[in-house]
Design a protein around this ligand. Structure first.
Ligand code: GTP
Ligand code: MG
Length: 421
């Protein structure tokens, strides 16, 4: 065997195998199996974003989670047997677990136990780029982990930090780690305060220019649209939470300049700690004059996603800003065929396709807001001009409020505004 192939063999042998995960959800009284199955699709996607593969799903119809073990004892035995047989690496619960549930489940199942919040926090940790986002996530994660610190997590955290715990962590190590974490939380809070101060100054320097924020559920195409509008090099990926940091760029439409910001996507049950520590990132939304609410129209649950976004915006106090509804990914959605087209289709074809009535949707959203909704494909560039037109008109309206004499003054010096965050 040559030196090269020996090296290659070693590489293959030591390559880490993809971790496997088992997903668990309850079906509550008001929920249908389909609804929970959709939630589990999302949980599988989140698990995948973290780098693990979901290999099985367990559901149980139950009103309230068991206070000790989340699922019932019979179900727990079933999960345990599956994990042992298939040698799964982690188990992910679609709801949040109490500190004691987490401890009990970890003792019973003997693998990494994730709940929804911890999963999202770990994804954010992996994706954060800027010092601010990193500090925010780290703070939120430590705050969440502190009361939940178990043997397993102490062990994993120490691995992450490069200190090993030989033969597993004991109660003493857990106590030491808790003290360390408390100290880290204090330091992170101080660090964040400093960064936020700079942010406030930076945002103040942008006074006098219209600000537009892109909002929406995660993975709907906000960054793709941002890229299209600014030709900037922005990461857009088929992963949940590709964007965790907000990016701000200057755009000029119809000679009117404005700032456009791409923001972190929303999701059902976003951990409260995360919202709390992302406040300054979310300030881009709070301080915006106009919101662009991007929707993935090809997603089967797009209406639920709109509701989650609206609810989050309301909670932030940004629910009544002028909003342009942008229905994206029209290339993937099946448009309602005309009567003639319908006649030519077979019954099976009609039943199989889940058509979306764009016109009905347009009418219903036109009723809710004065701004006409738009249907685009950011990926294919379809109908982007329509979006540009509507956005330019809205920006102009706001711009005239700031500079009533703008048309007479003509050229303004906008070079002072920073283009990059
Ligand atoms: N087919 C199709 N795919 C699209 C369209 N717009 C975006 N995508 C894809 O959807 C995925 C998500 O796009 P992003 O732009 O990263 O979405 P995002 O809203 O910024 O997502 P987060 O930052 O994770 O919240 C990527 O794989 C894009 O290529 C579209 O109009 N049509
Ligand atoms: Mg993005």
């Amino acid at each position: 065997m040559s030196k090269y192939s020996r090296k290659l063999k070693k590489l293959i042998e030591t390559a880490p195998e993809q971790e496997t995960a088992v997903l668990v959800a309850l079906i509550h009284q008001h929920e249908t199996e389909e609804m929970v199955s959709e939630h589990l699709d999302e949980l599988a996607f989140l698990t995948e974003t973290l780098g693990a593969k979901a290999i099985h799903r367990f559901t149980q119809r139950m009103e309230k989670p068991d206070p000790r073990t989340f699922v019932g004892s019979g179900k727990l035995e079933e999960i345990k047997a599956y994990i042992e047989y298939f040698d799964a690496d982690m188990v992910v619960f679609d709801e949040d677990l109490s500190p004691s549930q987490m401890k009990i489940l970890e003792n019973e199942l003997k693998i990494k136990v994730y709940d929804r919040s911890l999963l999202i926090l770990d994804i954010f940790l992996k994706r954060a780029q800027t010092a601010q986002a990193k500090t925010q996530v780290e703070l939120a994660r430590f705050q969440y982990l502190l009361p939940r610190l178990t043997r397993m997590w102490t062990h994993l955290e120490r691995q992450r930090g490069g200190t090993s715990t030989r033969g597993g962590a004991g109660e003493k190590e857990i106590e030491t780690d808790k003290r360390d974490i408390r100290q880290k939380i204090t330091l992170l809070k101080e660090k964040l305060q400093k960064i936020e101060k700079q942010g406030i100054t930076q945002r103040k320097s942008r006074k006098g220019i219209v600000r537009v924020a892109m909002v929406g559920y995660t993975n709907v195409g906000k960054s793709t649209l941002m890229k299209l509008m600014t030709k900037a090099d922005i990461l857009a990926e088929n992963k949940l939470f590709a964007t965790v940091d907000s990016t701000v760029r200057k755009v000029v439409l119809d000679q009117v300049p404005f700032l456009l910001s791409d923001t972190v996507g929303f999701i059902r049950k976003l951990p409260t700690h995360l919202i709390e520590s992302f406040k300054s990132t979310l300030a881009e939304i709070e301080e915006a004059d106009i919101l662009v609410h991007v929707v993935d129209i090809s997603h089967p649950a797009f209406e639920d996603q709109i509701a989650v976004v609206n609810q989050t915006l309301n909670e932030m106090g940004a629910g009544d800003k002028p909003t342009i509804m942008v229905f994206n990914k029209t290339d993937l959605a099946a448009k309602m065929p005309s009567e003639e087209e319908l006649m030519l289709m077979s019954e099976i074809e009609v039943e199989d396709a889940s058509f979306i009535d764009f016109e009905k949707l347009e009418r219903s959203y036109a009723k809710k807001s004065e701004i006409t909704p738009v249907f685009i494909s950011a990926e294919k560039g379809t109908d982007i001009d329509k979006f540009r037109e509507i956005l330019a008109a809205e920006v102009k309206k706001c711009h005239l409020k700031i500079y009533p004499h703008y048309l007479e003054d003509e050229v303004l010096d906008f070079s002072q505004f920073s283009e990059k965050n």
